[in-house]
Design a protein around this ligand. Structure first.
Ligand code: BGP
Length: 463
């Protein structure tokens, strides 16, 4: 008999405000870092002039079409939807005393619609964006004052949605700040290591304050962190490669260690010492960091390899984030290496390290789907990617890993984060949209829609 997933396991999908909502200046919303980076996370900051178009300005118009989209998610049987709140809808400039009521009201409507379909929201406070005015006027997370602005924002939304939202996340892929500082902490590319780690420290303190506030204001809620699960393997069995891999994994585990264990680990203190990084860490910061998360959430798309030989790194690197490709794995159209078993390894690694419940809040395949003559998308490649990963998830649960749920990335096509592309589609639902903004925005079901519906209905029995 096929194994099934536990009762109460949350099934669904994951979205981010700036990749789906559009309506980028509607109802009083302010400009965010994402709005001034129209070419995505790895793009440049550009001044926005009237009439200058960016695909994210409209995105898939979730702001107006959410009832239709949520009905489709309900048809697939979702019990959970991960969304993010755009900070700039609530505090358009970031430093106001009072929130923007129109922005708050929109998320009320969104959460009410989810409740009507018995879909539980899982809400990210900050998904790759912050008010642009906080970058211009304060220097982003480099400035300690931003911590208080974020805390005000977090307390505002906890108070407002305390009866509607019981699952929260602080910062999306907080470890990405090391690779894309403007997206993560609002600092320009090329900022010094010290400046980036100081900004990251402020963000970690803000995350601790959000955990504290959430526990105070909504005692029956749970709040987690969110990591880019950047698992890497040694390229060879040379002890030097194995040790380099341990260090490489620590570059993302460091964030989890602070957020789950409540203090800076010794290996990081050594790293700071040896790289002349001296941070301003106040005694009250250390107390705040002890407010640790209730669960750990993460994204998982690929793995990579590590070698201690710099010449080999230079020769082989190619994967995103400069990882060395694994010779044993195939890649997606975007060069992301596909590794279902790696997900089981990662789940076990995180569980062994922290012994806190886990939540997979992103996983999926970006592909350039092409409709057939009848306009249908036969995305068997996506089905097989997701199927293979979910089989390994089920194995990990059998290994004893405590897993709260699984929300696939982009259950409906959306704008990709790294390069703001429309053609990199993740959805079970196709959206008729082109890069220049043309298209009807009509939604239609892909083959994977029916596949996921069956997976959820049978608690994974059909995998
Ligand atoms: C994660 C981000 C998401 C998402 C996903 C896929 O890093 O949290 O926002 O977009 O990656 O990346 P992309 O959209 O670049 O394919």
């Amino acid at each position: 008999m096929n194994k099934t997933f536990p009762d109460g396991f949350l099934w669904g999908g994951a979205l981010a405000a700036n990749q789906v909502e559009g309506a980028y200046l509607t109802d009083g919303k302010g400009l965010s870092t994402s709005d001034v980076m129209p070419d995505g996370v790895f793009g440049q900051v550009r001044e926005r002039t009237p009439g200058d178009f960016s695909i994210k300005d409209v995105a898939i118009d979730f702001y107006h079409r959410y009832p239709e989209d949520i009905a489709l998610f309900a048809e697939m049987g979702f019990s959970c939807l991960r969304v993010s709140i755009a900070w700039t809808r609530i505090f358009p400039q970031g430093d106001e005393q009072e929130p923007n009521e129109a922005g708050l009201a929109w998320y009320d409507r969104l959460f009410d619609e989810l409740a009507r379909h018995n879909i539980q929201p899982l809400v990210t406070l900050s998904h790759y964006e912050m008010p642009w005015a906080l970058v211009e006027n304060y220097g982003g997370w480099g400035n300690r004052k931003v911590i208080a602005f974020f805390e005000r924002y977090a307390r505002t939304v906890f108070n407002r949605y305390r009866d509607k939202v019981k699952l929260w996340l602080t910062f999306n892929e907080i470890n990405m700040s090391l690779h894309a500082p403007m997206t993560g902490v609002g600092l320009p590319e090329g900022s010094s290591r010290t400046a980036v780690y100081q900004a990251i420290h402020h963000q970690l303190v803000a995350s601790g304050l959000a955990v504290k506030a959430c526990h105070e204001l909504i005692p029956d809620a749970r709040i987690g962190n969110m990591l880019l699960g950047g698992l890497t393997y040694p390229l060879s069995s040379k002890p030097e490669d194995v040790f380099a891999t341990l260090q490489d994994n620590r570059s993302w585990q460091f964030f989890g260690d602070v957020q789950c264990r409540g203090a800076y680990p010794g290996y990081m203190q050594r790293y700071f010492r040896e790289h002349d990084i001296s941070l301003q860490i106040l005694p009250e910061d250390l107390a705040t960091l002890r407010h640790t998360v209730d669960f750990i959430s993460f994204s998982y798309y690929m793995t990579g390899c590590v070698t201690a030989d710099p010449a080999l790194v230079e020769k082989l690197r190619g994967n995103i984030l400069d990882m060395v490709p694994n010779p044993h794995l195939a890649s997606s159209e975007w060069g992301w290496q596909i590794d279902p078993l790696g997900l089981r390894t990662l789940l076990n690694t995180l569980w062994d390290r922290y012994q806190k419940p886990l939540f997979i809040v992103e996983n999926g395949l970006g592909a350039n789907d092409q409709p057939d003559a009848d306009g249908q998308i036969h995305d068997d490649y996506r089905i097989s990617y997701l199927n293979d990963h979910l089989v390994q998830v089920r194995e990990a649960i059998d290994d004893g890993v405590e897993l709260m749920g699984y929300t696939s990335w982009g259950p409906i096509d959306l704008i990709s984060a790294s390069k703001a592309e429309v053609s990199k589609r993740y959805g079970f639902i196709y959206v008729d949209l082109n890069q220049d903004g043309s298209g009807t925005l009509n939604r239609s079901r892909k083959d994977s829609f029916w596949w996921y519906q069956q997976v959820i209905k049978t608690h994974g029995g059909t995998l």
